[in-house]
Ligand binder design. Structure first.
Ligand SMILES: C[S@@+](CC[C@H](N)C(=O)[O-])C[C@H]1O[C@@H](n2cnc3c(N)ncnc32)[C@H](O)[C@@H]1O
Length: 473
């Protein structure tokens, strides 16, 4: 129930957030069926521009280096071992940055500096391991190629134990103005069993450095449902998080990925992992405690103080385009999601091909309306804003809006799906059913549908899959 939708989204958005078997099923189904949604779309879509047609103003940059691989991690990373210090520069890092900058330079700019980039996200891996002058060269290359707004949000994932105050200040000088601290848990025994390269002491040190350097916008990552994690431990982690006063918190449910150490050791739902019911309790506890501490639960796994949403991640949820650079990263341009190779050698070939003008992805491909409709539902249902039925109708037709509403009837009744009008005022279940039976265009009155927090979010996999079946029967 809980699993697939609570993944960190980042650069792996298409593969991780959609149930894998479903995406294969969708593509083969679309190859053979007369696309009723597409017909609807073509007759209705002339009035608005879908978000993916906007010029991209966000860039994800993958910096894959870590001291060691965590036991749950299946991200494309390079484990450097413990030899690395902050003073001696590792040629594996400098060679990679050179390659990355070549990729940026060889990428076609979709907008010719107009508009320039508004968000840059350095994800990893552990970007805080990369020396300042190399971070600087990436930012310069991005600025030269695409332009960079003077007030751009520039985020960096940083691991406790990999930076000191001097490094933090240096990053701030380069323009980094948002830190995402990978804490995961506040118990040494849990950090050890996850194979983390730091303990709780380094977590507190890192929080101190971020605060003393005056970073006003920072986030903390936590993972729930770790092996041997008790409700008391989870409560303590949430309490210490709240005490540290980050402006943003990301709460992920552990994904046991094949090929990782956890994948070999553990089976989801079986001891020492929590049962599905216990995982749901962890999710509810996070939602309750963080909401009580004035955090808005603005996305399935994201909480923030008022106006501290991660602008970069909003690009993903709002289905807007973004560049991506680096090993294994996935871009979304002109409606096409494209993942770069996860292996360094293949990524080197990819960059060479890009420079030689050999295009690796099908530039003539035009996204199918059914896929676009499914993306729109899947992404917007992750957010507290929910699905905007007016825009959805303009893009995909009113009959699809009607079919979706009909399918969601039982969940409106049970309170898992919430209906809102133009002013975001609640529409009761009774009003919803009378609108549905009236037969006229429901989206004139019913403007948004969203999943309730926490019960609807907890059912998000089922509810998104239901929408997929309506869109592509
Ligand atoms: C790109 S990762 C790693 C960033 C950073 N190097 C770190 O480890 O703290 C970003 C976040 O994804 C989350 N994450 C990674 N793998 C996960 C998994 N298998 N299950 C749940 N959360 C995961 C962790 O909370 C992590 O901080």
């Amino acid at each position: 129930m809980l699993k697939a939708t609570f993944t960190p989204i980042f650069h792996t958005i298409p593969a991780k957030s959609r149930p894998p078997s479903l995406s294969r099923r969708i593509s083969s189904a679309l190859a053979h069926t007369p696309p009723s949604v597409r017909q609807n779309a073509s007759s209705n879509s002339t009035t608005t521009h879908p978000p993916y047609k906007l010029p991209p103003t966000s860039a994800y940059v993958h910096l894959p280096f870590c001291r060691k691989r965590c036991h749950y991690c299946d991200f494309p990373i390079v484990a450097l071992g413990s030899s690395l210090t902050q003073t001696n520069e590792d040629p594996r890092i400098s060679n990679y940055i050179e390659l990355l900058c070549r990729e940026i330079k060889a990428t076609r700019s979709e907008s010719n500096h107009n508009p320039p980039l508004e968000t840059v996200f350095f994800g990893g891996g552990t970007p805080s391991l990369v020396p300042l002058k190399l971070v600087s060269s990436v930012l310069e290359t991005l600025d030269l190629k695409f332009g960079l707004c003077s007030d751009a949000e520039i985020s960096m994932e940083m691991d406790p134990g990999t930076f000191d105050a001097e490094k933090m200040k240096g990053l701030i000088e380069l323009g980094v103005n948002r830190v995402s601290l990978g804490v995961q848990a506040f118990q040494d025994e849990l950090l050890r069993s996850c194979g983390r390269a730091h303990g709780v002491e380094e977590v507190h040190e890192a929080i101190g450095i971020v605060g003393s350097c005056g970073v006003g916008n920072w986030s903390m990552d936590l993972i729930a449902s770790l092996p041997h994690q008790t409700p008391e431990m989870w409560e303590e982690s949430l309490r210490l998080t709240i005490d540290a006063r980050p402006t943003h918190v990301s709460v992920y449910d552990l994904q046991v990925e094949q090929g990782t150490k956890f994948g070999i050791l553990y089976t989801p739902g079986e001891f020492p992992l929590p049962s599905e019911t216990q995982s749901a309790e962890f999710y509810k506890m996070a939602s309750r405690m963080l909401s009580n501490a004035d955090y808005n639960h603005y996305e399935i796994s994201s909480y923030c103080k008022s106006s501290f949403e991660c602008k970069h991640n909003l690009t993903y949820w709002e289905n807007k385009p973004f560049y991506a650079f680096g090993l294994g990263s996935a871009s979304y341009l002109n409606g096409i999601r494209f993942s770069r190779p996860r292996k360094m050698k293949e990524y080197m070939h990819y960059v060479q091909n890009l420079e030689d003008g050999i295009v690796e992805h099908d530039e003539d491909y035009f996204p199918d309306a059914k896929d676009m409709a499914m993306d729109a539902v899947m992404l917007s249902f992750r957010t507290d804003k929910g699905l905007d039925l007016k825009s959805f109708k303009e893009a995909f037709g009113s009959s699809l809006v009607h079919s979706l509403c009909k399918a969601y009837g039982p969940y409106v009744d049970s309170g898992h799906v919430i209906c809102l009008d133009q002013e975001r005022k609640n529409i009761t279940a009774d009003q919803f059913f009378s609108l549905l039976s009236d037969g006229h265009e429901i989206e004139e009155t019913l403007r948004f549908i969203r999943l309730s927090d926490p019960d609807g979010f907890l059912l998000s996999n089922e509810l998104i899959s239901l929408a997929f079946r309506v869109i592509s029967p």
